[in-house]
Every structure is written in structure tokens, then in C-alpha cells.
Design a protein around this ligand. Structure first.
Ligand code: SF4
Length: 349
């Protein structure tokens, strides 16, 4: 029954695939870069980042030779910084132990930082045409509909989905087949309003036959948490005070303005005062409200209230605390919320 599934899908893919920069190469390093960038980030955002990255770090050797700070700066705005840190660590191992070449052995690849089953399968199948299945959010949704599986789209579904994929995986051009399935999910079998009447595999689709395509997979409501924080802008002449975050945890190693979460029952100015004392051991003399900035992450929304602050004494300067001018902000990788603050500060400076 699934005999011609892969041919039907591949034929559609050849005619309809989007012309994306990473589809013009078989270089495993470049494919790896694109796959890491595409996790959690939309294709339209990734294109510019990918093109810039390949100009700055055309090979794995260029990447490893660059300081981490420079690498993080190139990544700024893509978020989920562990992705790039793992890529940097894995590149170093590849240079030292494999002459800078990604080995064809999935077990070796899986042992490298940041390589889970998806990245291993996608890089090896696309670059080396290895017969590996891959399951991302698009593939999971498409196959759940093809099989009319019950439940939400989570990894518990993957063993069933993988059985299906092993039945339809072609012997050749596996990378194209894997990309075709993801492309079908992105363009046709979309989460909302799938275009079933022009779907190349609708004759194999149980959800379509049962008219249940809009009901599969079941949707779990996302709970978005709101976080409110205060940010202190401390200025000296034309320079601003910034500090480096710890090397572990959320947004590790990035630079930001001082400040933090408003605790329950605290007024914003009390919170500002407490944060400055806790973080920099300085006392707040006065503060002037400047503006608010909102930033959205996958699980939460952050509202940052930004204040210009006068202090009783200057904060200490060391390797993780700096005075920086607008011109030099570009040297410091920052989270998107801080980059938005700089953009607004420039307008009122
Ligand atoms: Fe998705 Fe519809 Fe195609 Fe089934 S027929 S795979 S639900 S687009």
C-alpha cells in the first residue's frame, strides 16, 4: 500500500522545494550549521544568519580558530545559545580527533556535544546519503496524520512514527526524502489548514480519509508565564555599564545591563535598588524611568522596565564588568532584550 509513497513525495519535492542556501551544498559542516540554526528558528530568519555565518566561518577550521565571544556575537538574535556553544565544542573535538571531518559513523557523531538523534540523522542523511530516519516537529505532525495517530505531538509518538518511516525510507537519496517530508509539513501539511487536496501523498493518508486532518495531532494549550524585571542604565560620559552573565544557565556568557526580576510585593524602584546592591554592591541615589521593552521566549514573556540610574559610588570594573560606548556594543554578544534596549537608547541619546 505504501509502495510508491517515497517516489510520489520525492517527485513533488523536486518541483516544489524552496530554494534555500544550504540546499546548494553537500558540505557536512555547512549542512550541520544550517540544521543547528533551524532548530527553534524559522527558515526566513535563518537565511540571513546562515549566509553571514558561512562568510565569517567558511570552514570548521575558521570556526574553531575564532574566540567564543566572536562566535556568540555572530549568533546574537538566534537565541538558545547552547546550540552554538555545543557546535563550537564539537568542532574543536572534530579538529583534534577527526582532522576536521564529520565521520560517517552515527555512534561517533552522537557522542559529540549537541548531536541528538535528529541532528545526527539530518546531517548524515543529507551530507552522506546515509539511510537514517529523522523526526522533527513537521515530520511528527505529517506522519501522525498519515497514520491517524491519537494524542498530542510529543516524543512518545516517535517509536510508532519511526516504524512508519523505516517502511517508506528509499534506498537512495535519503537526504532528499527526509527534507521532502519536512518540506511537506512546512508548505502543505501545515499545523493549521493543511492543503490536503493538493497533497502529493493524500492517497496514503488515513486522517484525510477520515476527514480528521484538522484534529490530529491534538493541541496542548501553552501556558505563557509573564516575567517583570527592572533594568538599570548607568552612564558615564558616553559609555554605559554592562556585565557578563554567568557561564552556566539561561543566556550564559552573554552581556547585559544590570537589573533583575521584580519580587512579589516590591515596587519597581525598590527592586532596582535591591538588584544594584546585590549585583554590584552600590547604592541607588535616584532613578528616572525611560521606557519599557517586551521580549517573547518560547515559554515566557519578559517585560523590562528600563531606568536611568544615578549611584552614590561607581561600580567596580573587571573582566566581567565594563563601560561600553554605542560604537563598541557590537563587540559584546547580548540577549535580544538587551539589544532592543540599546536600539531604544540610541533614539533618545
Ligand atoms: Fe497532511 Fe492532508 Fe497530506 Fe494528510 S492529506 S499528509 S493531512 S496534507
Amino acid at each position: 500500500m505504501l509502495k510508491n509513497f517515497s517516489q510520489d513525495l520525492s517527485r513533488w519535492y523536486i518541483k516544489n522545494r524552496r530554494d534555500l542556501p544550504w540546499r546548494h551544498t553537500k558540505d557536512p559542516y555547512k549542512i550541520w550549521v544550517s540544521e543547528i540554526m533551524l532548530q527553534q528558528t524559522s527558515v526566513s530568519t535563518v537565511i540571513a544568519y546562515y549566509e553571514r555565518w558561512i562568510k565569517v566561518f567558511p570552514t570548521i577550521h575558521d570556526l574553531v580558530q575564532a574566540p567564543l565571544q566572536t562566535v556568540l556575537k555572530q549568533w546574537q538574535g538566534l537565541g538558545y545559545y547552547n546550540r552554538v556553544k555545543n557546535m563550537y565544542k564539537a568542532s574543536d573535538i572534530l579538529i583534534r580527533e577527526h582532522k576536521g571531518v564529520l565521520p560517517k559513523d552515527p555512534l561517533i557523531i552522537r557522542s559529540l556535544p549537541g548531536f541528538g538523534p535528529y541532528t545526527t540523522g539530518s546531517v548524515l542523511s543529507i551530507a552522506y546519503d546515509m539511510p537514517l530516519t529523522i523526526i522533527d516537529a513537521n515530520v511528527r505532525r505529517v506522519v501522525m496524520r498519515l497514520m491517524a495517530l491519537d494524542g498530542i505531538a510529543d516524543t512518545k509518538q516517535d517509536p510508532e512514527i519511526n516504524k512508519f518511516l523505516l517502511k517508506v525510507l528509499p534506498k537512495k537519496n535519503v537526504g532528499d526524502f527526509n527534507q521532502a517530508l519536512m518540506e511537506l509539513g512546512a508548505l502543505v501539511c501545515r499545523s493549521k489548514e493543511p492543503i490536503c487536496n493538493s497533497c502529493p501523498v493524500n492517497k496514503y493518508c488515513l486522517a484525510y480519509k477520515m476527514n480528521k486532518q484538522e484534529l490530529i495531532p491534538k493541541v496542548k494549550k501553552k501556558v505563557i508565564k509573564n516575567i517583570h524585571a527592572v533594568i538599570a542604565i548607568i552612564k558615564k560620559d558616553d559609555r554605559y555599564f554592562i556585565q557578563k552573565r554567568a557561564s552556566k544557565g539561561l543566556l550564559a556568557d552573554l552581556w547585559e545591563f544590570p537589573g533583575g526580576k521584580i519580587e512579589a510585593g516590591e515596587l519597581k524602584v525598590q527592586s532596582l535598588s535591591r538588584e544594584l546592591l546585590e549585583e554590584l554592591e552600590v547604592d541607588l541615589k535616584s532613578s528616572k524611568y525611560l521606557f519599557d521593552v517586551n521580549h517573547f521566549y518560547t515559554q515566557f514573556k519578559v517585560n523590562l522596565s528600563v531606568y536611568e540610574c544615578q549611584l552614590f559610588s561607581e561600580p567596580k570594573i573587571d573582566a566581567t564588568h565594563k563601560w561600553v560606548s554605542f560604537k563598541d556594543f557590537s563587540k559584546y554578544p547580548m540577549p535580544s532584550g538587551s539589544a532592543k534596549i540599546i536600539h531604544k537608547l540610541k533614539k533618545i541619546a
